[in-house]
Structure formats: structure tokens, C-alpha cells
Design a protein around this ligand. Structure first.
Ligand code: SAM
Length: 286
């Protein structure tokens, strides 16, 4: 296939669905149909997708453990003027998926690299989680071993941007329990499970509550996960929160939750809604 703008062959980075097949774009189907070759992470897995959309293009396997000879072969197809579409098992290639080395080498050879954007679990989760989206950090999969995982979380404990992790069903519970310990019981977080699929679940709460939720039902630990953690408060905001907690503790001894929250909002200038929620939590701890 010929790249529409430059008239040269290209490496197309094609996003495929993360569950719901309806999420593939018209352009993705056109590119996959007209490419000379599709490089896929798992050809058997991807052949189900290509069959579904009537795509007859030859599939070759390309993954992180591919030999450099396989990568060289793909690059020589590109250098010979043929077009290659790169896909992964799901979502956007290169996002916790293979392709970085191929793209870097293609660009260094002046082969045009053209993105065909579409589904990606991290952006799907972020846009629906209700956490700040203006600045965020994507950390991919946390380490499997607990020591390394906690160390990573500790290094991120003061990060003010929204944190985003991918997690597997085997480790989701341990990971949430570690987050609870390191980021603190009150930190807000959102667990996004099985996005775009039948059992899609987007569940937000404090890490204390999420630790209980994840253990409460086997179904809560099934499927694919994105976990988002609210960023840490700015240091002076953190001090103000501590001061608000102190005032709430005192007032809750004498007043109902609503009144205590309203008074602390007046004194500190913090939002009434947030203080009301916090006062409910503190009242529940008594
Ligand atoms: N490249 C993919 C993307 O664009 O999101 C991610 C590939 S990575 C190997 C697979 C991980 O992405 C899963 O373990 C899970 O953490 C996340 N993921 C993929 N699909 C998902 C879905 N439908 N719902 C929630 N998380 C998903």
C-alpha cells in the first residue's frame, strides 16, 4: 500500500479493539486490508480479528522475543517500498506491547511511521475514572515481586499527577493491598476492569475500601485491569487537610457530621463536599 501523503511505503501502527470489536476504526480496517504485510504479536490470536473483518493480508509474527533477523526482514520489506501494518493482541501497539525497537529503527532509516489511533486501555480508563486528567503518569505493569513493587509505589507516593497502572488478574489483589499500605488508606483510586466488555466495571473509592472490595468477591479479581490512583495533594494542601482532620475530630465529638463539615469548610476554605465525605469516614472510624 502507498502512503496517501508522501507516496512512499510506510510502517502503520494500527490500534485494534481492547474487547469490543465495534471499536476498530474504518481507517484501521482499510489499512489492514491494503497493507502488504501485517506484523502481529500472536498471529493465531490476530487471525480471528482479520477473519472477522474480511482482511486477507498475510500475517507474520512480531513480538518482543522475535529474533533481530525477523525485525531485519520486516525492515527490508519496508525499504523495498512495501507497507507493513503493526498490530498487537489488543489496543495500541507499543503501549505495554511490542514495537518500540521496530519503530525506532524504521524512523532511523527514514521509513515513514504512521499511527492509526484507536482503542487503548489507559486512555479508556482515564477518561471514565473521574480523576484529574490534566496531568498523569503511566507506569505500565508494576513489578511482579512484592519488594520491587512496593519500592516503586514508595518512589511515587508524593507524585501529584494521576498515576495509572496495568495489572493482571493474578496480582490485582496483592497490588491493591500494597497500594493501600504505601499510598495510605484515604487515597482515592479507581479500578477499571474489563473495559468495553460485558463485565465492564469502573469502581472508585478510598484504597482502604478498595482493598476490601477486591477481596470481597472472586469476580472482582477476574479479567483485565487498569488501576488509577489520585495524585498526592500539594504539600500545603496536605497540611491543610491534616488541619481539617484535626478540627473534624474535635467537632465530631459534639456535632453531627453535616454541621462539623460545614464549620470546618468555613474555617479552612476547603470544599464542603470533600469535608463531608471525610467527616463521614472519620465518624465511621469511631
Ligand atoms: N496495548 C494495550 C493497550 O493499548 O492498552 C495494552 C496491552 S498490555 C499487554 C495488556 C494490559 O492492558 C492488560 O493486562 C490490562 O492491564 C490492560 N487492558 C487491556 N485491555 C483491557 C480492558 N479491556 N480492560 C481493562 N484493562 C485492559
Amino acid at each position: 500500500m502507498v502512503h496517501q501523503q508522501t507516496g512512499t511505503a510506510a510502517l502503520y501502527i494500527v490500534a485494534t479493539p481492547i474487547g469490543n470489536l465495534g471499536d476498530i476504526s474504518q481507517r484501521a480496517i482499510e489499512v489492514l486490508k491494503s497493507a502488504d504485510l501485517i506484523a502481529a504479536e500472536d498471529t493465531r490470536h490476530s487471525s480471528r480479528l482479520t477473519q472477522h473483518f474480511g482482511i486477507a493480508t498475510r500475517l507474520v509474527s512480531y513480538h518482543d522475543f522475535s529474533s533481530s533477523a525477523r525485525e531485519d526482514a520486516i525492515l527490508s520489506e519496508l525499504s523495498a517500498g512495501r507497507s507493513v501494518a503493526l498490530i498487537s493482541d489488543a489496543g495500541t501497539p507499543l503501549i505495554s506491547d511490542p514495537g518500540y525497537s521496530l519503530v525506532a529503527r524504521a524512523r532511523s532509516l527514514n521509513v515513514p511511521v504512521i499511527p492509526i489511533p484507536g482503542a487503548c486501555a489507559l486512555t479508556a480508563a482515564l477518561c471514565a475514572a473521574g480523576l484529574p486528567t490534566d496531568r498523569f503518569v503511566f507506569e505500565g505493569f508494576p513489578p511482579h515481586k512484592q519488594g520491587a513493587r512496593r519500592q516503586l509505589y514508595e518512589s511515587l507516593a508524593g507524585e501529584q499527577r494521576t498515576l495509572i497502572f496495568y495489572e493482571s488478574p493474578h496480582r490485582i489483589a496483592d497490588s491493591i493491598l500494597d497500594m493501600h499500605e504505601v499510598f495510605g488508606a484515604q487515597r482515592q483510586a479507581v479500578i477499571c476492569r474489563e473495559l468495553t466488555k460485558t463485565w465492564e466495571t469502573i469502581h472508585g473509592d478510598s484504597l482502604a475500601a478498595l482493598s476490601q472490595w477486591i477481596l470481597a468477591d472472586d469476580n472482582n479479581r477476574r479479567g483485565e485491569f487498569v488501576v488509577l490512583i489520585h495524585g498526592a495533594p500539594a504539600p500545603d494542601e496536605q497540611e491543610l487537610q491534616l488541619e481539617a482532620d484535626r478540627q473534624l475530630h474535635i467537632l465530631l465529638e459534639e456535632l453531627p457530621v453535616k454541621q462539623a463539615a460545614a464549620l470546618v469548610a468555613k474555617i479552612t476554605g476547603l470544599k464542603k463536599n470533600g469535608l463531608y465525605k471525610r467527616a463521614l469516614e472519620l465518624a465511621g472510624e469511631r
